[in-house]
Write a new protein. Structure first.
Length: 277
């Protein structure tokens, strides 16, 4: 998987959990804080490697959740609080005190929780194809039923057959995306699902003081666009960008637009908090 080769990989044990961690450009001088990235459910580091590679001016850090990619299978379940604490301890281990946070799908919920729990080390927040949790507007039942099946990571033919149903929008180079995936363990996948059981950020989002960019695909079959509009309504200092003909994987199919949007948002000077209506 060539896109991941420039990353520095390590196995880090924090709070009894061993995680596979990838860092890009970590020791190179940069005017920008690192990006801490939370991935989608069951997705390994390599799935997002093209994004990390493209942001050449910024340090970038992410890790495989327990039982996903190269991280050992979890022995006990975890939740958003414990994994946010784990991520914060990882940052401390690498002498990092300030980050921009980004998350996609399941990882977008983790990014929200991390920012709410550890706002002292977060500058800006980017949420992609995600929701406020249990109050989400559900996606296409056909897509959700296949998303819940870890076979999509194990059986390439299954993924190929159902790719359009699963992700919607333009499909782009789906073979490239499929080739990057490593199947999670059944327990790892289950524990990721359980971590979000009953979770919601909705009551806390109106008090979030960070600048937030919300990116949503117009034709997302898993996380409908309405969820992004709900997030924008709840978060005072946020703006929503809609990717036309974009599905759940718009970061793959609309790569140049994604990179341009991220740079424009992260590089912009701080703006005043939007007044509540």
């Amino acid at each position: 998987m060539p896109h991941a080769l420039t990353a520095e990989f390590s196995m880090e044990t924090v709070g009894g959990r061993t995680l596979r961690v990838a860092r890009w450009r970590w020791n190179k001088p940069s005017e920008h804080p690192p990006i801490l990235f939370f991935n989608g459910i069951g997705a390994n580091i390599e799935a997002v490697a093209p994004l990390a590679e493209a942001l050449t001016e910024r340090p970038f850090i992410m890790f495989d959740m327990p039982g996903v990619g190269g991280s050992p299978e979890p022995l006990v379940p975890y939740n958003t609080f414990t994994m946010s604490w784990t991520a914060r301890e990882l940052l401390r281990r690498f002498d990092c005190e300030m980050v921009d946070v980004m998350g996609v799908s399941w990882g977008g919920a983790m990014a929200q929780h991390f920012t709410l729990q550890h706002g002292d080390c977060v500058r800006k927040l980017v949420l992609a194809a995600t929701t406020a949790g249990m109050f989400m507007v559900p996606g296409n039942p056909a897509a959700l039923s296949k998303m819940a099946n870890p076979r999509r990571y194990i059986d390439a033919a299954f993924m190929e057959k159902h790719f359009r149903t699963l992700y919607g929008g333009l499909t782009g180079d789906k073979d490239e995306h499929i080739s990057r995936l490593t199947p999670p363990t059944p327990r790892g996948y289950l524990y990721q699902l359980l971590a979000m059981l009953g979770w919601t950020s909705a009551p806390a989002l109106p008090f979030l003081k960070k600048e937030v960019l919300i990116m949503m695909g117009e034709d997302d079959q898993i996380v409908p666009l309405t969820n992004g509009k709900i997030l924008e309504a709840l978060i005072p200092n946020s703006r929503l960008e809609i990717f036309e003909q974009g599905g759940h994987l718009f970061m793959l199919t609309h790569r140049e637009q994604t990179i341009s949007s991220l740079r424009g948002f992260l590089d912009a000077p701080a703006r005043k908090e939007r007044k509540a209506a």
